[in-house]
Design a protein around this ligand. Structure first.
Ligand code: T4K
Length: 390
């Protein structure tokens, strides 16, 4: 591995890349192969592959125990889980959410024929700003979709107060926040329900997968109907449902990875601290901090450039890519600037100033068990060189 000390060492200048193999943001966390193989062997022997199989039920129970939540309804992915949650809550008209999120949060609303209305964020947390939410409420608003971005809990209490005051439904996109907490309160228990993603790139993966977790038994029953075509029993269809079921092999992956989750988080934490140390000596960029009062899964290492260095963001990403470090500009440029929503709300930039400012200065760096402490040293060096040399 090549150390990067000066601008002449950078692969963008024609030198050899620092890494032979790419380092990805979102490289899957994987538990030992043997446990997964044992469960897949059992799936073969049982010949039960999907439709609320025993491993899906076991996975749902394990998630409930881990999060301290009453119901977990496992689904084929987080996006379908969002759509089913939105539908089960009976949302209509407009739903307020941040633009600063993965575009699936907005798509899920759009696919349910709702209008996503984008609210600005608090730049210090990257999460939705409750005052901005208030300003966007109209007679057509039926709900608020909060997002716990990067695993950092959204301002759940303020959002709940607004929801109560205006009679709105409140749900959360908790795709990033498995096993995170706000103080002593674990994510999974906020709002009417919370939506998880177990995509390959998430801290806990089931290859593809998602779930809605809730304390509300009626809501959970409704979502169980919806994810299985609305079947209440043989021949008895109670609702025009969809196919949102999780398959057994995904539940197997989810179960074995859940058993190793603490190891993944410990590794993420070490990497996060190493990045934070490296960037603490660097002027122009810092690693987004988590509150020590909360529990984090440290799954995203988000570097934010100071305003006067924002113009270097794309140069940093190009330099990292040239070294085979596939850093990401998540979630640039914000949902409201992506084509389907740009046309729906052409003037959204007027009230999303802070979203746009943040979107221009963020770089997300690789972490997880496939990234070593010496990799982090080199990655940080690349950023330092681009920031300090012109
Ligand atoms: N809400 C939020 C806030 C979300 O972040 C997401 C998903 C959702 C809702 C929806 O949940 P799901 O329906 O996905 O369950 C990736 C993921 O596909 C997406 O799940 C995730 N958020 C998003 C943040 O990241 P892309 O378009 O960036 O994926 P892609 O293909 O570029 O992969 C990311 C990196 O991971 C690449 O460098 C390659 C690496 N990778 C990926 C896969 C799939 C691997 O090394 N191995 C793999 O198996 O969206």
């Amino acid at each position: 591995m090549k150390q990067i000390r000066t601008v002449h060492d950078l692969a963008v200048r024609g030198a050899v890349p620092a890494f032979n193999e790419p380092l990805h943001v979102g490289r899957p966390n994987l538990a030992t192969r043997d446990d997964f193989m044992r469960l897949t062997q059992e799936i073969y022997e049982r010949r039960w592959l999907t439709n609320n199989g025993p491993l899906v039920q076991e996975f749902e129970s394990a998630v409930c125990r881990r999060l301290g939540v009453r119901h977990c309804v496992a689904m084929c992915n987080g996006t379908v889980a969002l759509e089913i949650a939105i539908r089960a809550l009976g949302l209509t008209g407009e739903v307020i959410l941040p633009s600063w999120t993965f575009v699936a949060s907005a798509h899920a609303l759009h696919w349910q024929a709702l209008t996503p209305v984008f609210a600005d964020i608090d730049p210090s947390t990257h999460n939705i700003d409750p005052d901005a939410v208030r300003r966007l409420i109209t007679p057509r608003t039926s709900g608020i979709l909060g997002v716990h971005l990067w695993g950092r809990p959204a301002p759940v209490d303020d959002l709940q107060s607004i929801a109560d005051e205006f009679g709105l439904q409140l749900l959360f996109d908790a795709a990033h926040a498995f096993d995170c907490s706000l103080g002593a309160r674990t994510v999974g228990t906020f709002g009417r329900c919370e939506v998880l993603s177990f995509h390959a790139t998430k801290v806990l993966n089931s290859m593809e997968g998602g779930a809605v977790v809730t304390q509300d038994s009626e809501l959970a029953d409704a979502m169980r109907l919806m994810r299985n075509f609305g079947f209440r029993g043989y021949d008895d269809v109670a609702y025009p449902g969809t196919n949102g079921k999780m398959v057994e092999v995904c539940a197997a992956m989810g179960l074995v990875n859940l058993a190793s989750l603490d190891e993944f988080v410990t590794c993420n934490r070490q990497n996060y601290e190493a990045y934070s140390d490296a960037f603490s000596n660097l002027s122009g960029a810092s690693v987004l901090k988590f509150s020590p009062a909360d529990r984090s899964n440290f799954h995203y290492v988000v570097v934010e450039l100071d305003d006067e260095f924002a113009h270097k963001r794309d140069e940093i990403v190009s330099a990292l890519h040239a070294e085979n470090v596939l850093a990401r500009r998540y979630f640039w440029p914000g949902c409201h600037k992506m084509s389907p929503y740009r046309e729906l709300q052409p003037s959204a930039s007027l009230w999303l100033e802070r979203t746009e400012a943040v979107s221009r200065k963020v770089v997300v760096l690789p972490t997880g068990p496939s990234v070593s402490l010496s990799d982090i040293e080199i990655i940080s060096d690349v950023v330092r060189v681009v920031l300090t040399e012109s």
